[in-house]
Design a protein around this ligand. Sequence first.
Ligand SMILES: Cc1cc2nc3c(=O)[nH]c(=O)nc-3n(C[C@H](O)[C@H](O)[C@H](O)COP(=O)(O)OP(=O)(O)OC[C@H]3O[C@@H](n4cnc5c(N)ncnc54)[C@H](O)[C@@H]3O)c2cc1C
Length: 339
Amino acid sequence: MAERAGLQALNSLRLRASATLLRTPDTQAGLRDVLDEARSLQLPVVVLGEGSNVVLAGDLDALVLRYRGLGREIISEGSEHVGLRVAAGENWHALTVWALDQGFYGLENLALIPGTVGAAPIQNIGAYGVELSEFIDCVEVVDIDSGSMHRLSAAACAFGYRDSIFKGALRDRCVITAVEMTLRRSEQPNLSYAALADYVKADGHEVTASEVHQAVVELRRARLPDPSLMPNVGSFFKNPVVTSAQAEALMKENPSMPVFRLADGSTKIPAAWLIEACGWKGYTQSGVGVHGGHALVLINQGSNSGSAVLDLAGRIQQSVRRRFGCKLEIEPRIYGAAA
Ligand SMILES: Cc1cc2nc3c(=O)[nH]c(=O)nc-3n(C[C@H](O)[C@H](O)[C@H](O)COP(=O)(O)OP(=O)(O)OC[C@H]3O[C@@H](n4cnc5c(N)ncnc54)[C@H](O)[C@@H]3O)c2cc1C
């Protein structure tokens, strides 16, 4: 078989890994041909977008497929709303900029999240008080085994906090080829996230969607390291959700611990606070580290090794569990030998 394909430039942690084959179809017909090829070679298919939420822990004996189909289409229009169909290969942030320029509102708070439109439903991307699931009508997928196309309604996608059916029953079973969503025609800035509200409302004037978009970009640039300068995958761990009884006990022992009460009575605790409290912020070992400005972000400082990243992650998980009894779950998907 031909030379293996390098993946280091295709993941934002810049981890060194290779795949048996790499294919980048940009049409649905091309995608079906690639799926046929994988089937005939009996290779598993691993779908990759821009690689900003994966840890490549080793080489992949697989056909890595990056679907590059492009296009943004208006499929319905009303006085209040507009329906869009966006192909999976589009860049997410570019979509938020384009939507704002068109006067289509809602995606402002999700500005600057790296990655493709096709990957966005996988973990129901969210930031600054908004989740993608608020806008999705339907997700178009192609089944990896049969090559058949299906449209899943938002309800069928079973969206949750950083979660969807694509991480559960449909994990590794389909390629997302397009996302249909409804955006607003009127500006209704969402300032439910306190830090964002504080930032934009500084002089008390009425805030526009454009200002929210710009504020989110500025806040993110100030808080998160740029993966092209300091390789990372954003938040490495999900925020743990505990019962209210657990939260009460933890708060008694740690009065300064911030908590977010959820509608179902449970409590979300910021993983960054737990990690920082365990003394990990700014820690470095074997060419990987915890970012000095944001304890939730692990950075590749030259090790280029997925197992080195996972070793450090494991030590952090262990210390948080020992001290607080909370389980930290890794957010990015792990691929490769050591997974
Ligand atoms: C600096 C930084 C900040 C971040 N901030 C946020 C944030 O605020 N909120 C947030 O939610 N996330 C955040 N992330 C995570 C990441 O941006 C999102 O998860 C994004 O959706 C990943 O897109 P991607 O194209 O890079 O996907 P990849 O990392 O390539 O893939 C992620 C997963 O999706 C699957 N996948 C990708 N494309 C498809 C497809 N077309 N069909 C089927 N499966 C597919 C892959 O198989 C993989 O399992 C951040 C990441 C970084 C590096």
